[in-house]
Design a protein around this ligand. Structure first.
Ligand code: ADE
Length: 255
């Protein structure tokens, strides 16, 4: 581990990231991660952590945020190359299951492994490959210390869901449905980087109201909640003193 402890925060949408950038006073880095990538980087410090927050930027052709697994993989890869982080945090918004006790505005921290619910490949070995089940850091102590809900996170490339998606999420006991975490977890696993995810709930997957309506209505408030929890998590990693305390709070990777 280098003398400076680096945390990379990967986020899909500018609207999700804006409160965190403001609260932490992060400054936009003139260099893009690598031309011609659309990702935008903001840098700063929290206690003695160096923070690089990467937002996936805007798709030039469609004028919307680069959500989903392709930009997520690309930004994770390039951010690891550029920053060699000690920890990756994927922060963003998500759908949640009311039946599992989830409420709009809740912020979940990842538990268990990161899975996909929309990669169906019914061939020997490929079924499990499709689901992924990439390792996640043990967050139980942090969740208890910060009063965060822990949940299993499931990733797919759609805001809505099919019946098959629902079945897959049911089998995996998913609490949270979103569009990036498992993709990032794959890259983190390839490079042996510890990763956690924090997801603020904008919509209930099992509500009769369409997810896009709920999402638009709740995005701003959920992003504020997300900001508060991301800041608490960063302070949690340094509360016992200097940056190396991050190391003993990530036992799975550094043991
Ligand atoms: N992001 C916010 N809500 C979501 C949902 N229901 N599905 C996937 N990603 C989301």
């Amino acid at each position: 581990m280098s003398a400076t402890t680096t945390v990379v925060i990967l986020m899909a949408m500018a609207e999700e990231a804006a409160p965190i950038i403001g609260e932490l006073g992060l400054v936009r880095n003139g260099r893009l991660l690598a031309t011609p990538l659309p990702m935008v980087v903001y840098e700063g410090c929290v206690d003695d952590l160096f923070i690089a927050l990467v937002v996936n930027g805007v798709d030039e052709r469609f004028g919307v945020a680069n959500v989903g697994t392709q930009p997520a993989v690309l930004s994770a890869y390039v951010a690891i190359q550029q920053y060699n982080p000690d920890l990756i945090i994927n922060a963003g918004t998500a759908g949640g299951f009311g039946q599992r006790g989830c409420q709009i505005g809740d912020v979940y921290i990842s538990a268990g492994s990161f899975k996909f619910h929309d990669r169906r490949i019914p061939l020997p070995g490929y079924t499990e490959y499709g689901i992924g089940s990439y390792p996640a850091e043990n967050t139980t102590a942090m969740a208890q210390a910060l009063g965060l809900k822990q949940g299993a996170i499931s990733t797919g490339n759609s805001l809505d869901k099919t019946h098959t998606d629902l079945d897959m999420m049911g089998v995996c006991d998913a609490d949270v449905k979103e569009m990036e975490a498992a993709a990032i977890a794959w890259v983190a696993w390839l490079y042996g980087k510890p990763m956690i995810a924090l997801k603020a709930i904008t919509d209930l997957v099992d509500s009769p109201v369409r997810p896009e309506e709920q999402f638009v209505d709740n995005l701003a408030a959920a992003s504020e909640n997300l900001c508060q929890k991301v800041v608490e998590v960063l302070h949690y990693y340094t509360e016992d003193g200097p940056a190396l305390s991050l190391r003993h709070k990530l036992p799975a990777i550094y043991a």
